[in-house]
Design a protein around this ligand. Structure first.
Ligand code: OGA
Ligand code: MN
Length: 203
């Protein structure tokens, strides 16, 4: 994987997709951890919006999430954090974005779940700057649905990404609308955002 190529793509097309940005062994460990937490029932229904605007709207999104706590990362989560920190440094060096922080959650889309077309950056608190997705689905097949549909900037044109094990997708949170098509199988991912400001609790 050539980091310069990724940065070029982030600049020119506002996204990049890599099969080897995250080492396979790390993806495997994250997969095991995410699955264990799921088995232990440690996920809750995801909400939309933030702060006082936050709402549970299952007609918009129906995934379940488990937030990672930066103060209590497991060794595996820390390894992922470090890799993302390297990326953050490179992005800041290349684009002067001034990204300070990272926040992330595991996400499970139970059978029949989806996330309608949206932007990750909130209008009132535009702190999320770069979305980072790592997919954790082994032997995923196109007929299972659950594709990430990415719309090109200022356009109705789109392309679909299969959420296959180890695939890392990164895009500008304020620029690309996207959605998760209804998934016919349980679908796992680790979703995070590089941020401009410190994470304030609940904001
Ligand atoms: C999100 C999201 C996409 C995916 O959580 O905001 O758009 O492919 N996830 O899981
Ligand atoms: Mn999103």
């Amino acid at each position: 994987m050539d980091l310069n190529q990724l940065l070029d793509q982030l600049y020119s097309q506002h996204y990049f997709i890599s099969e080897d940005f995250i080492p396979n062994s790390l993806t495997q460990s994250l997969f095991e951890e995410g699955y264990r937490l799921w088995d232990e029932g440690d996920y809750r229904s995801a909400r939309i919006g933030n702060g006082t605007d936050e709402q549970l709207k299952t007609e918009i999104r129906s995934d379940k999430i488990h937030w990672l706590n930066e103060q209590q990362l497991t060794p595996v989560q820390q390894e992922y954090w470090n890799r993302i920190d390297e990326l953050r440094g490179e992005i800041n060096r290349a684009f002067y974005f001034g990204l300070h922080d990272f926040e992330a959650h595991f996400a499970v889309y139970p059978e029949g779940s989806f996330y309608k077309k949206h932007l990750d950056q909130f209008a009132k608190t535009p702190y999320r700057f770069v979305t980072c997705l790592l997919y954790l689905n082994k032997d995923w097949k196109p007929e299972y649905g659950g594709q990430l549909r990415i719309y090109l900037p200022d356009s109705e044109d789109y392309f679909d990404v299969e959420p296959t094990f180890g695939k890392f997708v990164c895009f500008l949170s304020g620029s690309l609308y996207h959605e998760v098509l209804p998934s016919k199988r349980e679908r796992f991912s680790l979703t995070g955002w590089l941020r401009k400001e410190k994470v304030l609790f609940g904001v």
